[in-house]
Write a protein that binds this ligand. Sequence first.
Ligand code: ZN
Length: 369
Amino acid sequence: MSKISLNLNVWAIATDPIYIGTGGYSIGRVDNTIVRDPITKIPKIPGTSFAGTWRYYIALYLQSLFKDQYRIKRSERIDVDKISDLFIDDINNRNEQGFSEIKEWVYYEGNRYAAIKCAGQDESPQDEYSEACTKDTGHCGNCIVCKGFGFSKKDHSWQGMLSFSDLNIALFPIYTRWGTKWISSGRILNEAGLLQEGDGFDEDNMIILNEGAYGPKEGWLNLGWLNLPYKTAKMNIDFNQINSLFNIKEKDICIVPDKLISQIINSSLEVRTSVSIDPITGAAKDGALFTSEAIPRATVFYGTVRIYDKSMFKGIEIKINDSYAKINDLPTVKQLTLALKSTAGFYETLGIGGMTTRGFGRLKVLLNN
Ligand SMILES: [Zn+2]
């Protein structure tokens, strides 16, 4: 129905261990397991978590600009043209983007209805939807967050214009006797678009190091506790896309067979043991020892965000459950792109997933056109 108008490549590096739990499953000695790809069994950050946090960050950013004292009473709503003076200084103090770029998406007309409640789940999905939202609860249905990520009301639902893929592991850090290497496989490098056309690496039981790597031309290398034979070969990996995020060198890359990578990653996850504390005595609760696994810091992920151009729906009335709703105004693809870019920095402080209060979850995220 709607065409994809922009595919943004996402690259991210974990600056903390990342824990996104499955809830309730135990594997071996681990009580709190993380989300994995059902086929490869390689841990990942699911697209739903990724989209959910970004939704929250955009809503948070808008609120931080409007601030309480500037926030217009519900009855009179924000006059988008008048907010400029109020937060011009504020924007100038944030150097991620120029003022004109931030203005371009923050001034989207529907943002005058934005509220922090547009993030997260709608508390009152049974409300009727109106274009000039005056309700204090639930998603407003008008702002760039609601239009971009979608919302659902009693008589009207909107799928949104953004689609987030899972963030899959592209490069995984692993301890070797020659220092940290980042492992990947032929399939993963290909899927992540890091290989030049025609290059392929899939040696059956060998790992491949770059010609420039430390050590003899062939021999054995330990990846964690696994000792594997290696050979050296010329690599032509295109790191241009990720260099501004993470300056990685080919000599630190180790390509492992596709059939082994899942085993190697799963045997090198971070595992932590914690106890629950009894809030009354301040001591450990009896029998409350638990272990959690996490994706280690310095793991590099890749994924995509697609932005769908739905401008053809503008002005059209759509029949939903016996009533008609009209799509009045939509943010442009450019406005959505800018909104994502201005808020990607929140991942560096607020993070993603669970246990963020225990130093988990921070990511550095890069969006490339
Ligand atoms: Zn909204």
